[in-house]
Design a binder for this molecule. Sequence first.
Ligand code: 0A1
Ligand code: ZN
Length: 873
Amino acid sequence: MQDSAPQTTYRADYRPPAFLIDTVELDFRLDPAATLVRARLAFRRNGPGPMRLDGQGLALLEARIDGAVLPEARLGLGADGSLTVADAPDSGMLETLVRIAPEKNTELSGLYTSGGNFYTQCEAEGFRRITFFPDRPDVMSRYTVTITADRARCPVMLSNGNPDGSGGNEDGTHWVRWIDPHPKPSYLFALVAGDLVDVHESFVTKSGRQVALNIWVRRGDEDRCGHAMDSLIRSMRWDEEVFGLEYDLDVFNIAAVSDFNMGAMENKGLNVFNTKYVLAKPETATDGDYQGIETVIAHEYFHNWTGNRVTCRDWFQLSLKEGLTVFRDQEFSADQGSRAVKRIRDVRGLRAAQFPEDAGPMAHPVRPDSYIEIDNFYTPTVYQKGAEVVRLIHTRIGAAAFRRGMDLYIARCDNRAVTIEDFVAAMQEASGVDLSGFMGWYDQAGTPELTMEDRYEPEARRWVLTLRQAVPPTPGQPDKHPVAIPVAMGLLDAGGAELPTRLAGENEAKPGTRLLMLEAAEQSFTFEDVAAPPVPSLLRGFSAPVKLKGVSQDRLRFLAVHDTDPFVRWESGLQYATALMLQMVAARQRGEAPGFDPALEEAVRNTLRGAEADPAFAAEALSLPGEGFVADQMEVADPAAVHAVREGLRREIGRRCGDVLRATYDALAEAGEYRVDGRSIGRRALRNACLAYLVAAGETGLAEAQYAAAGNMTDRLAALSLLADAEGPAREGPLADFHARWRGDDLVLDKWFSIQAMSSRADTPAAIRTLYAHPDFDLRNPNRARSLIGAFASGNPLHFHAEDGEGYRFLADAVIALDPINGSIAARLVGPLGQWRRQAPGRAALMRRELERVLAVPKLSKGTFEKASKALA
Ligand code: 0A1
Ligand code: ZN
C-alpha cells in the first residue's frame, strides 16, 4: 500500500502560474552516471503566490538569483522534490545547477540512456526530472540549449530549434548550441545525443523556406527509413494544401529510439520516435507496420501547429491537441488511399479500445475532471473519441467552415496556451452555427445509445423516423443530458436504389445522403412523398460515435448488400454477424447445437465475387466480429463460449466456401515486384483473410507453404500466426525458424513473442511463463513488455480469462515486477484486470483478488495505484 494516498488534481482548481519564464538557457554536460544541468531562467511575476519550481530526483548543487548565491534558509525542498524560493523578487535571473543520473532512469521519463545514447521524454511531467522549472504547459519560454559531451561517445548532439554553433574543447569533449526561436512549454523540450547516423532529404515550403529533414538512427538501420521519410514529406505537403500550414524552422529532426514508453513525441523541431514507428523494410515490417509509420509520422508532424504553436493551458485540455491532431492524421491517411477502408479501420479501433474504456471503471470525459497521474490519461478516450468529437463538428459545419475555423483558431491562439472552449469558439464564429450542444461530448463520459423506430403512412405517403438518445451513467456522473448527434442518412427503395428525400417543411427533395441533427432526448423526422416503405440507412460514415440499436436483422442483411454508403454496408454485415454470434453463444450456453445461418455463406460468396473492385474493403467485410467486440455486447461475458462459436463459424465458412476462398487465394498470388501501395496492401489483406478460413477448415499445409515461400513480413507473419495455433512440427518448425532468423532484430522478435502470447492452444498459459523467462525477454524494454504481457492480456481473451485465474495471476505478477522499473508501463498493462464487472462471479472474484494483490505492494507508483484502486472502487 502507499504510505499516504496520492493527491488528486482537479480541473476546477486551475490557477494561472505565479511566475512566467521568458527565456531559458540550459547547459548540459552529458555523462551517463552524472550529468550536470545548469539552467538560467529569466523570470517575471504573473500572479499571487510563492516561487515554486517543480523538480523530481534532482541533486541541487547551487542556486543563485541575479548572481547572488541563495542561502539554504531561502530554499525549501519539498517531499515531492520541488523547490520553493522564499522572498523571490518580481523579476530576475534564477540560476540552478543540478546533477542527474540518466543511466539509472528506467522510467524513460526525463533524460535517459538507451543503447549508450542519450534521449529525453518530457511530456507530460518529465522536464522536472531534468531541472527545476514551473513544469506546466501554460509557461511558455524561448530556449537556448548548449550540450557538451565526449566527442567519441556523442558525435551527434541535438536539441530543439535551429543549430547555432559548435566547437571542440581540449579535454576531448565538444559542444553544440541550439536556439529555438518559438516560445514553447517545457514538455516540448528535447535532447538527443550519441553515436547516430542520419538519412536526409530536403523540403521547400510553399513560401520558399528550405528545410533540412533528418532521420537519426543507429548505424545499420539507414536502409529502413525510406517510408518514414516519404511519409514526412507527404505530410508536410498535405498540411500546406489542406490547412495552409507551413513548417517554421530550418531543420526538422526525427530520432528513433528502441526504449520508448509511447509511439512518438512531437518535441519542437526534434521529434523522438519509438523505432517501431520509423524503421521498415518489406522483409521485416508488415503492411500494418507501414501504415502505422505513415500515421504516426503525420501525427507528430501535424502537432507542430496543433499542439506546439497552439498549446494546452493545462493537462485537462489534452484532447485539444490530441483529438484535433488525430482527426488531422485520420484525414491525411484517408486522402492517401481508400477513405472508406480507413474509416472502417478507425471505427474498429474505436470500438475495440475506447468503447470498453467508456463502459469501464476508468471511464472519463474527453476532457477529464480530475486525475491522480496524468500519464494514465493518454487514452483512447482523449485521442480517438476526442478525434470523433472534432469530426462531429466538421460534419455539422462542413469542410469549408471547418477550414475557416482552423484559420481563426490558429490566428487567434498562436503562441498561446488555450482551452477547448477556444477551439469550439473559433469553429462557432467561423461557421455561424451554435455549437453549444457539442460541449456535452467533451464533458460527459459514456457512449451514447441511439435507438430508432419508424412508421410508414401509406395514405399520406409519409415516413416518420423517431430517434432517441441516452448516455449511460459512468463513475462520478450518474445523470447525463442529451448531446448534439449528427445522423448522416439516406433512404433506399425495395430494389436498393437511393431515394431523394424531402423533410416536412422543405420545398424540394434532396438527392443522396443528408444530415439530421438529433439535439434532444427524442426527436421525430417526417419525410414526405415516400411512395412505399423505405429502408433507412443511418449513421453513414459513422457520423457519430454512438451505439445504434433497433435495426432489424432483415434490414441489416439488405443494407449489407445494397447500401450506397460503403461504411454502412460493412457495418450492417458486422452487426448482422454479431447478432447471429450472440444467438449462437446463447444456444451453446443452453447446451444446444449452435447451427449455421446460410446467409453467411451467401455473404462470403457475394463479397468474393465483387472483391476485385476493392480488395481492402472485401478483406474488411470478410472478417468476423472480434471475440472482444462480441463479448462486449453480452450482459455477462463468456470468453470461452465466444471463442468456440467464432472458431466454429470460421471452420464452417472455410469448409462451405473452400472453392471460392481457394480460387481467390490463388488468383491473388504475388505477381511481379513487391509494393506497399493501397491496392497491393488490400490484395495481401484479402489473400490472407482467405488463408485464415482455409486453415480453419484444415488446410494447414497452405500456411506452411506460404510461410516457407514468403518474400515479405506481411505474408510470413500471417502464415505464422495461423501456424502458432497448430499442433506438432507445423508449428514448432516455423516458430524456431522465425526466431533463428530474426533474433537479432528487436522489432521482429517482438512479433515472435506476440504471436505465441495470442495463441489459442491449450498450453498457452504455461508457454507465457516460459516466454517471460526466455533470455530474449526484457521487462525493461516497453515494446518487449507489451509484446508479451500486453498481447496476452488484451489479445487473448480465451486464456486471459482462464477459469483457474492463471491468466490474471500472470498479469498481476508481471505488473508487480514492472512497477518499480517503469510505473507508467505497469499502469497501462494493469488495465484489463479492471474489466471484472463484466465477467461471471467466479472469474470476477479472481480478478479482484489480483487487483488487491497489486494494491498491497509497498511504494506502488501513482499511476498503477490510480488504475488498480479505481478498478476496485
Ligand atoms: N504527445 C505524444 C504522446 C506521448 C505522450 C506521453 C509520452 O510520454 C509519457 C510520450 C508520448 C503523441 O500524441 O504522439
Ligand atoms: Zn499526439
